[in-house]
Design a protein around this ligand. Structure first.
Ligand SMILES: *Cc1c(COP(=O)(O)O)cnc(C)c1O
Length: 390
C-alpha cells in the first residue's frame, strides 16, 4: 500500500518518510534494535497510555535497560535518567514535600550534598547533614517532619563504609524512607538489605566505557511509579542511543568489575608500602577503619583507591596527577582506563576547614579509579610519579 503511494511522493516527502525494512516473522536480530523514534503511532484497541507514545515518557530501548537493571539489582522496577545527579534530584523532589525534613551525611558526593544544602531549602525542605562519625546519634536528629534518610556506601571520595543494617533498623523503626547511592559499590551489591530506593550513576561502572552520562533508581513498583510521575515533568529522560550503549556495557560489567577490584587491591597494597604515601584508604585492606564491616556487607571491595601523599615531600596531589603518564588526570570513575583526581579541588570546595580535616581531604589527597590496564604498567606509572625510578 504505502510502497505504491511512495511513487507519487516528491523527493522531499520521500526523504522524510524513508522506506521501512521489515523482517519476516521469526527472522530475528540477535540484538534488539535501537528505537530512536521520539514518537510512536498507537495501535487501535489498546489503551493509549499502555503503549509507547512519546520517548520522554517511555521508549522500548530505554525500557529494556530499565528491566535489565531491575533484574540485576533484584528489585521490582527501575527508572533511568539522563544523569546520576538527575536520579538524585528527582528522588528528593519526588519523595519530599514542602515542610518535610531529610537526614544525610556530609561525606556525600559533592553535587548531591550541594543540591540538598543549597537548593532543597527553596522548596521549604530542610536537611540535617551530619558527620558519618556521628551515625550512632542519628536518631537524635529525627523530627516529626523527617521523611527520608539518604546515604552512600562506600562514600565518594574517601570510601567510608556505612553500617547499612543500622540505617535499615532506624528507618523501619521511625517509618522513614531509606535511599542509598550505591554507585561506588556497583549494581551487584547490597541486595540483601531492605533499602527503599537504590540510586546509581550509570556513567560509572554500568556503562564502564566513559562515553555516556546516565543514572538509575531501582526499588518497589509503587515508589518507582511515584518517582516516574515527577520525572515526566523534570524531563531528564535518557536518550535511546545512550540506553543502548549502557545495555551493551552491562554485558561485561561483572568481568570488568572483578578485574578492576583485583588490580585495585594490588595497587592499594603497593601504595601502602611506599614511604612517600602517608595513608591508603581501600575497604579491602585490613588497615581500613571499617574493613570488618566491609567484609560483612560487601561482596567485592571496589575499584577505587583513595590515598594521601606525605606532605613532607612537597609533592602535592595536583602535581602528582600531572606527573602521571598512563593514569589520566580527570573527573569521574568506573571506566576501562584508570583515572585519578586530587580530592580537595574536586570535592572539598564547599566544606569547612574542620570538615575537610576530619574527612581527610587536603592538598595531598587523591582518588584513583582503577581501570583494565596491566597492573605492572600502572605501578610503573605510579613509581615514576613518586620519583622512585627516575
Ligand atoms: C558520579 C556520581 C554521581 C553523579 O552521577 P552523574 O552520572 O555524573 O550525574 C552520583 N553519586 C555518586 C556517588 C557519583 O560518584
Amino acid at each position: 500500500m504505502k510502497e505504491d503511494k511512495r511513487r507519487n511522493w516528491h523527493l522531499n516527502t520521500r526523504l522524510n518518510h524513508p522506506v521501512e525494512t521489515e523482517l519476516h516473522e521469526g527472522n530475528k536480530p540477535l540484538l534488539q534494535p535501537v528505537y530512536n523514534s521520539a514518537k510512536f503511532s498507537p495501535a487501535e484497541g489498546i489503551p493509549l497510555w499502555d503503549q509507547y507514545i512519546y520517548s520522554r515518557v517511555s521508549n522500548p530501548t530505554v525500557r529494556q535497560l530499565e528491566l535489565t537493571l531491575a533484574e540485576l539489582q533484584e528489585q521490582e522496577d527501575c527508572i533511568v535518567f539522563a544523569s546520576g545527579i538527575a536520579a538524585l534530584s528527582t528522588t528528593f523532589l519526588s519523595v519530599l514535600k514542602s515542610g518535610e525534613h531529610m537526614l544525610t551525611f556530609r561525606e556525600l558526593y559533592k553535587p548531591g550534598r550541594m543540591f540538598i544544602k543549597d537548593y532543597l531549602k527553596r522548596f521549604n525542605i530542610s536537611a540535617s547533614v551530619i558527620s558519618m562519625k556521628d551515625i550512632n546519634q542519628l536518631e537524635s536528629f529525627i523530627t516529626p517532619s523527617t521523611r527520608l534518610i539518604h546515604f552512600e556506601s562506600p562514600t565518594n571520595p574517601n570510601l567510608e563504609i556505612t553500617d547499612i543494617d543500622f540505617l535499615v533498623k532506624v528507618a523501619r523503626k521511625h517509618n522513614l524512607i531509606l535511599s542509598m547511592d550505591g554507585t561506588f559499590a556497583g549494581l551487584h551489591q547490597h541486595h540483601q538489605f531492605d533499602i527503599d530506593i537504590m540510586i546509581q550513576s550509570l556513567t560509572k561502572f554500568a556503562n564502564g566505557h566513559g562515553d555516556v552520562i546516565a543514572g538509575a533508581i531501582s526499588g518497589k513498583k509503587d515508589i518507582i511509579a511515584s518517582i516516574r510521575d515527577m520525572s515526566l515533568y523534570l524531563g531528564a529522560s535518557l536518550d535511546p542511543q545512550a540506553a543502548y550503549l549502557i545495555t551493551r556495557g552491562l554485558k561485561t560489567y561483572q568481568l570488568r568489575y572483578n578485574r578492576q577490584c583485583e588490580t585495585a587491591l594490588k595497587i592499594a597494597q603497593f601504595l601502602s608500602e611506599q614511604k612517600a604515601v602517608r595513608r591508603v584508604l581501600y575497604p579491602g585492606l585490613e588497615s581500613h577503619p571499617q574493613h570488618k564491616l566491609a567484609l560483612k556487607q560487601m561482596k567485592d571491595m571496589g575499584a577505587v583507591v583513595s590515598f594521601e601523599l606525605d606532605a613532607g615531600s612537597k609533592l602535592t596531589a595536583e602535581k602528582f596527577c600531572h606527573r602521571l603518564k598512563l593514569i589520566q588526570f580527570a573527573a569521574s570513575l568506573g571506566s576501562t582506563e584508570s583515572i585519578i583526581c586530587p580530592t580537595n579541588i574536586f570535592f572539598g570546595q564547599d566544606l569547612s576547614e574542620d570538615d575537610r580535616r576530619e574527612m581527610g581531604i587536603n592538598d595531598y589527597s587523591l582518588r584513583l579509579s582503577v581501570g583494565l590496564e596491566e597492573f605492572v604498567d600502572l605501578v610503573d606509572d605510579l613509581k615514576a610519579a613518586l620519583n622512585l625510578t627516575l
